[in-house]
Design a protein around this ligand. Structure first.
Ligand code: SF4
Length: 382
């Protein structure tokens, strides 16, 4: 299969691994003094563990798993707000399946559904629109969740609802953007990062220039990467070469998919429907300025927060909820510790009974450790 098999070729992988080892030695990276490379995207975290790349690369390279899984960074308070909406008798609450098991303070959406809330899994916001057309006497709320990759499809659905004059469709908007949390991480004095592997899918929409500040203001290299093993290995090599050469640039390893300036149609729809919120809460990172999107006043009729007075739209303000006791989700999310360092890993927190969101989504670092490290990862934690 073109663009898949050639990016999984074992012989090519061996030669890139050898090149990585050579450059890592040149810059003096060792197990004791490693080069720290953050893969921002949860899809990359999943691929690194799935293909064992963390074990295959030179021992002087340490992957730090970034905050790029939208389910994982959803704070418990937002899950509680979803449940508050979903439990209204007039509401049909629609969501992608991966958000169903994210734990809130008291329960998850899955548990709320078992308790009788009308919660339905959909594959697209267009499915939610169709539900609204077919149920004119109910209020259909779509749980808009995700980074720049999914934001355009929600924007298109809101524009379509406006064209049709649908008065029973709204979006609970939890769309977030990648550059602000990277800036927050770089501003953290405890964070030691030498370079980034940048997200592929997000960059298809926004292009490569929103990352320019990382090289310009912080002197760190970033390479936008694809998701196959050879994509990731080549991106690591490109980051290492920049470090060796004393360069800090934004490079595009995934040029076969990511256009330099992104996708104009998607960017136009997003700009029409959304504007940045002053700040938005992230699990483990707290409130980050301009990191979330809200629905513009012109489309307020389709904004569930305004319509139902919940979340940032609540007159009394939002409740911020702490992480569960003993959970190290925030520390894992910011690369301060590994999933296996969390006292709950494999004990109080497993994929079957997740305590934190990083164990729910397959893109979460804890779920990836558990799935691909299996029993050994649990042993390490003990
Ligand atoms: S093991 Fe569970 S509680 Fe601990 S950091 Fe991971 S998701 Fe959070």
């Amino acid at each position: 299969m073109r663009f898949v098999e050639e990016f999984r070729d074992p012989d090519a992988a061996k030669s890139v691994l050898a090149a990585i080892a050579h450059v890592a030695d040149e810059i003096g990276a060792t197990r004791e003094k490693p080069v720290h490379i953050m893969e921002i995207c949860g899809g990359h975290t999943h691929a690194i563990f799935r293909y064992g790349l963390d074990k295959l690369v030179h021992g002087g390279i340490e992957f730090i798993h970034g905050p790029g899984c939208p389910v994982c960074v959803l704070p418990r308070s937002r899950v509680d707000e979803c449940i508050e909406l979903a439990e209204r008798p007039e509401v049909i609450f629609t969501t992608f399946g991966d958000a169903m098991r994210v734990p809130g303070t008291g329960k998850s959406l899955m548990q709320a559904k078992a308790d009788g809330a009308d919660i339905r899994m959909v594959y697209s916001p267009l499915d939610a629109l169709e539900l609204a057309r077919r149920n004119p006497d109910r209020q259909v709320v779509f749980f808009g969740l995700g980074f720049e990759t999914t934001t355009p499809s929600t924007a298109f659905s809101i524009q379509q609802a406006a064209r049709e004059g649908l008065s029973n469709f709204s979006v609970f908007c939890n769309h977030i953007t990648v550059p602000p949390p990277i800036k927050a991480l770089l501003d953290d004095p405890h964070m030691v990062l030498d370079g980034f592997v940048g997200p592929g899918h997000v960059s298809m929409v926004i292009g490569v220039h929103p990352y320019d500040f990382i090289a310009r203001d912080y002197g760190k290299p970033l390479v936008v990467s694809g998701f196959e093993p050879l994509d990731l290995l080549q991106s690591v090599l490109m980051v290492l070469c920049q470090i060796r050469d004393g360069r800090a640039e934004i490079e595009n390893q995934y040029a076969r998919v990511v256009p330099e300036h992104g996708n104009p149609a998607s960017l136009a729809a997003v700009a029409d429907v959304y504007e940045p919120r002053p700040s938005f809460e992230w699990r483990g990172l707290g409130e980050i300025d301009a990191s979330g999107l809200r629905i513009r006043d012109a489309y307020a009729a389709f904004d569930a927060e305004t319509k139902f007075g919940v979340g940032y739209g609540a007159a009394a303000g939002r409740l911020v909820v702490e992480e569960p006791e003993g959970a190290a989700c925030g520390a894992v999310m910011t690369g301060r510790c590994k999933p296996t360092d969390c006292p709950q890993f494999g004990k109080g927190c497993t994929p079957e009974m997740p305590l934190g969101a990083l164990m729910v989504s397959s893109e979460g670092a804890c779920a990836a450790y558990y799935q691909y490290g299996g029993a050994r990862a649990v042993e390490v934690a003990e």
